[in-house]
Ligand binder design. Structure first.
Ligand code: ATP
Length: 264
C-alpha cells in the first residue's frame, strides 16, 4: 500500500490548508478531556481528503476548528498561507450533516443568505446563488421551499450555500449521514461531479470507510481519543470512480488496512 505518513516532507509543502502542532482539550466543570493531540497535516489545492476515526476521536472538533468556529487550545491553522482565526466563508465553506436550511426561505434565498449577511448587492446575490444552484443541478428548484425538496436535494442546496462565496476549501461534516443508503451513494457521485467542476479542495469527515475511500485522494486516519493521526492513506484508485470499483480487490485491501488501524 502506498502511504504518506503525517511527517513525510511531501505531506507539507505549498498547501492550501495547513494545520500545525494542534492540540485541543475541553474543560467542563473542572474536568479536562483531551480531544486532539499533535495534529499536523497539509492539504494541497484541489485534493479530496477524508478524515475517519472511531467515534469521539475528535473529527467534528477538528472540522469546527478548520471552519474557524472553534479555537484550538494550541496550534495554528492557515488557509492560503494566512492564519484562520474566525469563520471566513470566502476562504472556507462548510456543509453540515443536517442541511440546516431556513424552512421559510426558498432554495435560492437560502443559498443567498451568506451574501445577504455580507451586504452584497441584491442582483449580484441572485446571480451567484443561481450559479451555485446550477452547479449542484438544482437550477429548476430555485423557488422551492425546503419542505418541497428531498433529503438529497436539501443537501445539494446546502452544498450550493457552502460554495456561493467561491471559497477554495469546502469542509463537509458527515453531509450524507442522515440520507438513506441509495441517496447517499448517488450523492457521493454527485459530489465528485461538483468537485471536479468546481475544482475545490474538500475536507470530508465521515464514519463510512467505504464512502471515504470511494470519494477521496487521501484518507487521514485518527486514533481513538485523544485523536492522533495514525496514518494518511493515499487512495490509488483511478478516477473517475465508479461503483464497480467497490468490488475490486484494491478497494477491499484499502478498507481492510484502514479498518485494522481504527480497530486497534
Ligand atoms: N463542547 C464540548 N464540551 C466538552 N467535551 C466535548 C465537546 N465537544 C466534544 N467533546 C468531547 O471531545 C471528544 C471529541 O468529540 P468530537 O465530537 O469532536 O468527536 P467525533 O470524532 O466527531 O465523534 P463522533 O464520531 O461520535 O461524531 C469527545 O470525547 C467529546 O465528548
Amino acid at each position: 500500500m502506498s502511504l504518506v505518513g503525517p511527517d513525510h516532507p511531501a505531506a507539507d509543502a505549498g498547501k492550501t490548508l495547513e494545520v500545525r502542532d494542534l492540540n485541543h482539550s475541553y474543560s467542563v466543570n473542572g474536568k479536562t478531556t483531551q480531544a486532539l493531540k499533535d495534529i499536523a497535516f497539509g492539504v494541497s489545492a484541489g485534493r479530496f481528503l477524508s478524515i475517519v476515526g472511531p467515534s469521539g476521536c475528535g473529527k467534528s472538533s477538528l472540522l469546527m476548528m478548520l471552519a474557524g468556529l472553534l479555537t484550538p487550545s494550541e496550534g495554528t491553522i492557515a488557509v492560503g498561507g494566512r492564519p484562520l482565526n474566525r469563520p471566513d466563508p470566502t476562504r472556507v465553506g462548510v456543509v453540515f450533516q443536517d442541511a440546516s436550511l431556513f424552512p421559510w426561505l426558498t432554495a435560492r434565498r437560502n443559498v443567498e443568505f451568506p451574501l445577504f449577511l455580507r451586504g452584497v448587492d441584491k442582483a449580484v446575490r441572485r446571480e451567484k446563488a443561481e450559479e451555485a444552484l446550477a452547479l449542484v443541478g438544482l437550477d429548476r428548484f430555485a423557488d422551492s421551499l425546503p419542505h418541497e425538496l428531498s433529503g438529497g436535494m436539501k443537501q445539494r442546496v446546502s452544498i450550493a450555500r457552502g460554495l456561493v462565496q467561491d471559497p477554495p476549501i469546502l469542509l463537509m461534516d458527515e453531509p450524507f449521514a442522515a440520507l438513506d443508503e441509495q441517496t447517499r451513494i448517488t450523492m457521493g457521485d454527485e459530489l465528485l461531479r461538483i468537485w471536479e467542476k468546481a475544482r475545490k479542495t474538500i475536507v470530508f469527515v465521515t464514519h463510512g470507510l467505504s464512502e471515504a475511500i470511494y470519494l477521496s485522494d487521501e484518507v487521514l486516519v485518527l486514533s481513538g481519543r485523544p485523536g492522533r493521526i495514525l496514518d494518511r492513506v493515499v487512495i490509488d484508485l483511478p478516477r473517475p470512480r465508479s461503483l464497480d470499483m467497490m468490488a475490486q480487490p484494491r478497494f477491499a485491501e484499502l478498507r481492510e488496512a484502514i479498518w485494522h488501524m481504527i480497530k486497534v
